[in-house]
Design a protein around this ligand. Sequence first.
Ligand code: PDD
Length: 285
Amino acid sequence: MDEVYLNGQFIPRDKAMISPDDRGFLLGDSIYEVIRWYGGYFFDLVGHAARLRRSLRETRIVWEDDPKFEEIAEELIQRNELGTECAIVYFQVTRGVAPRTHAFPDPPVKPTVYGFARRQSINTLVAEKGVAIWLTPDPRWNRCDIKTTALIANILPYQEAHDKGFAEVCFVRNGFVTEGAHSNIFFVRDETLYTHPENNGILSGITRKNVISVAGTNGIAVVEEAVAADMIPYMNEAFISNTTGEIVPVTRITDQQIGDGTPGPVTRRLQMQLRELIQSCDPRR
Ligand code: PDD
C-alpha cells in the first residue's frame, strides 16, 4: 500500500523509475515542497501551493499540471490510507530528463514530477523539552528563498551538528543569524519576537508566516529583523519552526544557554496558539 505519484500516475513505489539523466539527479536542478496532513486536512495548503508555484517561476521550471498539485497531494494521502493519520506529503519537480549540460534543454522537455506521502507525527517530546542547536557560518548560496533540492550546503553542516549531538544547525551570515538547515529561527527578548526578514537569505517558511500571524492576533510584538549572533546571550527565549515540527523550543545554542535553559513562556504560548490555529482549520469542526 505504498503508492507514489510519478509523472501523472499513481504507482507502487517499487515500480517507480527515474532516468539517470534526470536533471534533478545530475544537477540538483529541481524544487520541492513538504506539507503536513493532520489526520483529515492539510494545514495551509494554500501557502504551500503558492510557494511551490513561486519556486517553479523563480527556477523557470514549467509544470503544466501545476493546478493539480492540491488534488495530487490529497490523493496521495487517500491512496496510502493515511486519512486519519498524521502524515507529510513530499513533492518534487525537476527540469526533466536531457543529456547533461548547464543550459536548459532545448527544445524543452517535460519536467519529472514525483510525490509521496508517509506517516509522520509531531515529536511531542522535543516540543515539550526543547533542543540544543549549533551555530555555524552560512555556507549557502544567495537564493535561499527558493525551495531547491540542491541541499548539500544544508546537509553537510547539519550532519556536523548531528554528529556533535545537536538537533539542528543554524546559520550566521555577516554576523546575523539567518535560519536553520531545515527550519526558521525566532528569538524572544522583552516579550518581543525577532526573526530574519523575508528575503533571499532565508526560506519563507509557511510555519514562520503562521507564527507571525498568531503572534499578531495575540498581542505579541513581532520585529522582522535579523538578530546579531553576538546578541544571543541577551535573548530570553529562542525557537525553531517548520512544517514537520511546528514550534520547537531552543534551550541552548552551541554552548550558550538560552534563558534559564528551559522552554520560555512566550514560546509556550505560541506553541499553543499555533496548535489552536491548526485545529481551527479542521473542516469537521
Ligand atoms: N524544510 N528553512 C529551510 C531551509 C527549510 O528547509 C525549511 C523547511 C524551513 C521551514 O519552512 P516551513 O515552515 O514551510 O516548513 C525553513 C522542510 C521541512 C524540509 O526540508 O524537510
